[in-house]
Structures are given as structure tokens and as C-alpha cells.
Design a protein around this ligand. Structure first.
Ligand SMILES: [Mn+2]
Length: 328
């Protein structure tokens, strides 16, 4: 099979690149399933991981599950680099996007594993100006119809790469100061002047919207950026998000369908165990930006008594940052 397709007709394959560690093993299944299920063309995945961050056992189990889901995929081990630092909730795995992009010279799309694809996501490479565009990288506009200021910071969760060589990042990383989001800043610095934009629907940040109606149009990729994530919400509270049509409900739908596909498979027990494990965030999140995550952590600890927290905390919903949580 050719890896060097350069056109993106309706039937041509789309190459999706992402990266995970052990903490993201379970969410990866929802990610891959939603992307395949909503695409109109074949999808091929390259799933990167930094050495030592994804166990051989998880890899083997994920391989079986992905095969069962019909996902054409390849795991790709990448060298761990001490400059790949963890920052807040962002793991060193986020730096994998530099390594994978420089190895993948064909057109492809990077999608963070904390995202779901919805109808139309697989048009992203068609919408990125084709072969004649001078842009070396395409990212989603910040808001639909907004005029992008040159140099405005972009979110690096979805990256549409046309064919071509990538910019050298390693020396630049050595010389830059440590900032709050190192990988994002490095991307902005390297590609700020050669950036093209696609519709904001290709990277809708869930914390910017409280309910799906607020977006005003159907997202094509919904990105659960920020410290707390939909898979960390215990099942009993999910109905609150669904009733409110909060962006997380799209992840819950994809997850339910994915689980039903794997129901009959041999790995059912492993998956349900992973699902349970994903609910409990590692460590007590106490920093100011993680109040949403702290709420989810409490809900995962307190069991049914968590309903009391939900009821008592409701009046303070607005003080919990980043939109999405069961306190609607
Ligand atoms: Mn992300």
C-alpha cells in the first residue's frame, strides 16, 4: 500500500497521527473509534508513545481492541528526551508531535487523544489549501469568521500538515525560556509566520463552551483541552451533562458505542477495568487551575454521597473553571 498519496479525494485514505501514555490508554479507544465511525474515507492511525511511558501489556491489549474496532493502526516508539517536561496536566507525550511530524513528510493530521471526531472532520486536509498553499502548517481558527491577527497564538491540539519537510525544533527548544506551555509556545514560535487556518470547527475547545448550542454550529473535532476530562466523570453523573447537552456528552456517546462494539470481544473485563481506572485522576489536584479536576476527584472518591456535593456546589458552578462538569 502506498504511503505517499498526495490527493484527498473522497475515497482516499486519511492518515491520523496521535500519541499516548498509559494514562491515555482507555481514552485512545474512544478517540480512534469516533474518528473511524464518523469518517467517510478509510483512516490509518500512527500512535506514538515515548519510551517507557506505555506498557507492553497496554500496547498489546490496545492493539487487540483497535483491531476488533477495525482501526488500521501502528504503534510507534519514540525516544524519550529529558527536555520533554511535564507541565501541570500536560504530559511529556505532547512533545511527540514534533518527532512524528518530522518523520511524516506526507500530508497527515495530528489530533490530540483528548478529542473526538464528528461528521466532516476528515475534510480537514481538503480545506487546507491543497498543494499550492505556501503555508507549512494549518491550524483551526480561534473563532468562526474571526480575522486572525498574524502571530496570534494557536492551540496545537489539531495540526493539519501538508506534504513537506518540517522545521527544525530541537535547537530552538534548547534556547527558549521555560514558559507555562512549552510545547505550544515552541509550535507558535516555529510556525507562526507560515501558518494557514482552517475552520474553527476542526478544533472546538470544550472549555470555551458550556453547551453544544452555544457553539452555533456542529463541531467537527471537539477537543477536551484543560485539566479535567469527560472520562474522569463517574457514570452516575453523566446524565446531568447529557441533559444539559454539554460538550462532554459527545464523548459519552462515542464511548458507549465503542464499548458496545467491544462487548462481545475477549477483552471486555480489561476494558471495563480501564474505564474504572480512568475515572480516578492520579494524585490530588490542588492548584487553582484544577478546581474542575478536584471536583471530579471528590466525586470519584465519595461514591453515591457525591450527589450531595453536586447539589450543594451547584450555586458555585460558575466558579469552577473550564465549562464542563456536572454542575450545570
Ligand atoms: Mn489536548
Amino acid at each position: 500500500m502506498s504511503n505517499k498519496r498526495s490527493t484527498h479525494g473522497a475515497s482516499s485514505e486519511i492518515h491520523v497521527v496521535g500519541a499516548i501514555d498509559d494514562n491515555m490508554a482507555y481514552p485512545l479507544l474512544g478517540w480512534a473509534f469516533a474518528l473511524i465511525q464518523s469518517a467517510r474515507r478509510p483512516v490509518r492511525f500512527t500512535i506514538g508513545f515515548l519510551s517507557g511511558t506505555l506498557s507492553a501489556d497496554n500496547r498489546e491489549k490496545l492493539h487487540l481492541c483497535l483491531t476488533h474496532l477495525g482501526a488500521n493502526h501502528l504503534f510507534h516508539e519514540l525516544p524519550f528526551d529529558p527536555r520533554f517536561i511535564a507541565q501541570g496536566h500536560i504530559s511529556p507525550t505532547t512533545f511527540a508531535k514534533f518527532l512524528l511530524a518530522e518523520e511524516t513528510l506526507e500530508p497527515h493530521v495530528w489530533i490530540d487523544a483528548d478529542a473526538v471526531g464528528l461528521s466532516g472532520w476528515d475534510s480537514i486536509l481538503d480545506d487546507s489549501g491543497g498543494q499550492n498553499s505556501p503555508s507549512e502548517l494549518f491550524v483551526a481558527a480561534r473563532a468562526e469568521g474571526s480575522l486572525e491577527k498574524p502571530g496570534a497564538a494557536f492551540n496545537a491540539g489539531v495540526l493539519a500538515w501538508p506534504a513537506g519537510e518540517r522545521r527544525a525544533w530541537s535547537d530552538r527548544l534548547d534556547t527558549m525560556d521555560i514558559v507555562e506551555t512549552q510545547e505550544q509556545q515552541l509550535f507558535n514560535e516555529l510556525y507562526g509566520d507560515v501558518l494557514g487556518t482552517v475552520s474553527s470547527t476542526y478544533n472546538v475547545l470544550s472549555y470555551r463552551v458550556d453547551s453544544l448550542q452555544e457553539i452555533g454550529h456542529q463541531p467537527r473535532i471537539l477537543h477536551f483541552a484543560g485539566p479535567h476530562k469527560p472520562w474522569q466523570l463517574p457514570g452516575r453523573y453523566r446524565v446531568l451533562c447529557q441533559r444539559h447537552a454539554c460538550p462532554w456528552s459527545l464523548w459519552f456517546s462515542a464511548e458507549a458505542l465503542m464499548l458496545s462494539k467491544l462487548e462481545s470481544g475477549p477483552l471486555r473485563a480489561w476494558i471495563l477495568n480501564q474505564k474504572r481506572a480512568a475515572i480516578r485522576p492520579s494524585g490530588l489536584p490542588l492548584d487553582r487551575a484544577s478546581r474542575g479536576k478536584l471536583l471530579l476527584w471528590c466525586l470519584s472518591i465519595f461514591g453515591p454521597a457525591g450527589w450531595l456535593i453536586v447539589i450543594l456546589a451547584k450555586p458555585f458552578a460558575a466558579r469552577i473553571p473550564s465549562g464542563t462538569h456536572p454542575l450545570h
